[in-house]
Design a protein around this ligand. Structure first.
Ligand code: SF4
Length: 352
């Protein structure tokens, strides 16, 4: 419910919207009409919904609103055409999305929380701490808002839940958003084009595994031993590597899919041959592809990016062990929009 006691339509899952229309005495097709206006045609007011009778519009408007619509407070564009969008929520909180063009893909990196409580040492968002969860409408609002910013030639092709926050600690809004994103009457995006990234929240991985939702799962590993991971990613003290591996081994992958393992490379910390071999051993028996992500520095960050030679050697060790592994150079580094650099800040932050 909103502050005015009205239902927020953007927060409702497809069955909830149908139920709400039933409650108003409207027939089920009305929910599909509303969904088409909100998600396909980008309507921001009831007056635009011209194929719905004035009487029905008045009735819905009395009980519901289309908030939270997000306003882009600032858009910063990098030389590689990556765009970072800073959103202003109705309560004054700020959070970011990053739009990343790559070959024929246009990927939107979404936030799921304002700030983050996970405290990963290599992440700038972790530095700012946790502020609050985003609602389904605020998660979806990032997609709807970005669609309005696209040029006539651009089309959003992929979504990654990899911005600010840990998606599996905001599970209900995230799963509700996923249902809306993939529903044919709503955003109709195929599961292979959606990825959820987690630091390894074991109960969340188990819950997602039991859901019927279709998406790819990415796990940020950061270190192949408990000793090192305890330091770099404090969540490891709660869900150590063995528990995480058990959950990943039990995770039901769809045919032809693999788990994505994101491994951030930090100079002199986790980038040596012994870590590469330990990572290979840890992943044995799991169906994975590994993304190696060279660290993206920010001002006063405690880590550095390894040399290209070290990165190449790390890659080679895993490749020779038979892993599917690529080096993923983050885009948007110049605008502090690359992996691990988001901090919900306004202008003047180019380069950090
Ligand atoms: S990497 Fe993700 S989970 Fe870790 S602190 Fe940053 S935003 Fe949070």
């Amino acid at each position: 419910m909103s502050l005015m006691g009205k239902i927020r339509l953007l927060d409702l899952s497809p069955p909830e919207l149908a139920k709400f229309m039933g409650f108003l005495g409207e027939r089920p097709f009305r929910a599909k009409q509303i969904a088409a206006w909100l998600f396909r045609k980008g309507a921001t007011s009831f007056s635009e919904m011209t194929d719905i009778s004035q009487r029905a519009r008045d009735l819905i408007k009395e009980r519901a609103d289309i908030a939270p619509l997000l306003s882009p407070l600032e858009i910063v564009k990098a030389p590689d055409l990556t765009r970072k969008i800073l959103w202003l929520a109705p309560d004054g909180q700020k959070f970011e999305s990053v739009l990343i063009p790559q070959n024929d893909h246009l990927t939107l990196c979404l936030s799921t929380q304002v700030g983050c409580q996970m405290g990963c040492q290599f992440c700038r968002t972790g530095e700012m701490g946790y502020v609050r969860d985003l609602s389904p409408g605020e998660i979806l609002g990032q997609i709807l808002g970005v669609k309005k910013l696209l040029t006539a030639k651009e089309r959003l092709t992929n979504l990654v839940f990899m911005g600010m926050g840990e998606p599996l600690l905001n599970l209900e809004p995230v799963t509700k958003s996923l249902a809306i994103i993939s529903s044919p009457d709503y955003l109709a995006l195929a599961g292979k084009r959606i990825s959820i990234s987690t630091v390894g929240i074991v109960p969340g991985i188990e819950a997602l595994g039991q859901s019927s939702l279709d998406f790819g799962l990415t796990v940020s590993l950061g270190a192949p031993t408990d000793e090192l991971r305890d330091q770099l990613m404090p969540i490891n003290r709660k869900y150590p590597l063995a528990a995480l591996k058990k959950a990943l081994a039990a995770y039901p992958l769809k045919r032809g899919r693999r788990l994505t393992i994101a491994y951030i490379l930090l100079k002199g910390i986790n980038d040596g041959p012994s870590e590469a071999l330990a990572l290979s051993r840890y992943l044995a028996g799991l169906k994975t592809k590994i993304n190696l992500i060279p660290f993206n520095p920010w001002p006063n960050s405690p880590f550095e990016r390894p040399s290209e030679e070290t990165i190449q050697k790390f890659w080679r060790t895993l490749y020779d062990k038979g892993h599917t592994v690529i080096v993923r150079w983050s885009k948007g580094e110049e605008i502090a929009g690359a992996c691990g650099q988001l901090a919900g800040q306004t202008s003047g932050q180019i380069g950090g």
